[in-house]
Design a protein around this ligand. Structure first.
Ligand code: SF4
Length: 335
């Protein structure tokens, strides 16, 4: 039901720093933060549209540092949203913020005002990378904020970026492992996109920064997806939402409207190759069975997985098998 959430963007509200990669006005499409009156109007409209589905949806404030907004303004927004939470309303309020803007006092205010989920923009667990990208907080701040949030019965989400200035894909993988060790309920993984007008754009234009390419980023992010899944952490987003604004304003970096599907396809390819190696199948024809709803990911975009297997000498056909769950596969060798 996460798709039913009402997203209200607060572009850069509360942001004391301008992080190297960030331009929320492009990412969210919103230009100005909402007033309490706008929040009430949006919530009322959305409640009518959602009907009974609202009981499993949240009002989500995204695109800024929510808990660093002027205290009275933050409380006014929470109060406006809170009027639409509860019986016959939304299930709660979701906010996103920075690790260094979480204190006991703030947590008490959030808890009192129906906040049921917090997402922290961790971005990297490497202090040098955080500093190079103008984040203004450390990895230790993330750990401290997580421990504090865990004292409250709220859902915790962590967001990370891949391929930031000064980072490597191995470094991003180390960040993913450290994030997994913090045991969030959810994560979002964002490959770095260079947007016009950002600090990163200036670094890119001067030649000081070159983001990693799509293929290697998909490789690294597929590994992260697998890691989080193995640790029971839900990956609720991979890659920026498809948006004409982002497409128009990006000058470099990794952006693909079906980025997650590319990562899942890569996991299928690795699984198939692993199984072929285990059974010492190097050439010939095989049939790969998979869950019917997963076959396009198994095959890969433009049949890229089948082409990669053909290039290594194995010709495949793909068939559905209802008995297989998730990413399970079964391979039969033709004689
Ligand atoms: S990444 Fe977060 S903290 Fe940094 S400028 Fe963007 S919204 Fe503000």
């Amino acid at each position: 039901m996460k798709h039913a959430n009402l997203s209200i963007f607060v572009p850069h509200a509360g942001c004391a720093y301008r992080c190297s990669f960030c331009n929320q006005r492009v990412i969210s499409g919103a230009q100005t933060p909402p007033t309490p009156e706008t929040v009430e109007a949006l919530a009322s409209q959305s409640l009518k549209a959602l009907g009974a589905r609202a009981s499993s949806a949240q009002i989500a404030f995204f695109g800024g540092s929510f808990t660093a907004i002027d205290r009275m303004d933050m409380i006014s927004l929470l109060k406006a949203a809170g009027r639409f939470v509860g019986e016959d309303g939304f299930s709660g309020i979701r906010i996103s913020t920075r690790p260094d803007a979480v204190t006991k006092e703030i947590m008490d205010i959030l808890w009192e005002h129906h906040v049921t989920a917090i997402e922290l923009g961790v971005q990297s667990m490497d202090d040098a990378v955080l500093s190079l990208n103008g984040r203004g907080h450390t990895a230790a701040d993330a750990g401290k904020a997580v421990r504090l949030i865990r004292e409250y019965p709220m859902e915790l989400g962590l967001q990370m970026m891949v391929g930031l200035y000064g980072d490597t894909l191995d470094g991003s993988l180390r960040t993913a492992r450290k994030i997994a060790d913090l045991h969030p309920d959810t994560v979002r993984v964002y490959p770095t996109v260079v947007l016009k007008g950002t600090g990163l754009a200036a670094l890119y234009e001067s030649g000081a920064y070159r983001p990693p390419g799509l293929t290697e980023t998909v490789d690294a992010c597929a590994g992260m997806l697998e890691l989080f899944e193995e640790r029971g952490i839900r990956v609720i987003r991979m890659g920026l939402h498809a948006s004409p604004d982002v497409e128009e304003q990006m000058i470099a970096g990794v952006y693909h409207p079906a980025f997650r599907e590319l990562c899942e396809s890569r996991l299928y390819l690795r699984r198939i190759q692993g199984e072929l190696a285990r059974r010492d199948i190097r050439t010939g024809r095989i049939t790969i069975y998979g869950n019917p709803r997963e076959l396009s990911k198994l095959t890969g975009q433009k049949r890229c997985n089948l082409d990669a297997l053909k290039a290594q000498g194995v010709v495949c056909r793909v068939r559905p098998d209802e008995a297989l769950e998730g990413r399970q596969i079964h391979i039969e060798k033709e004689v």
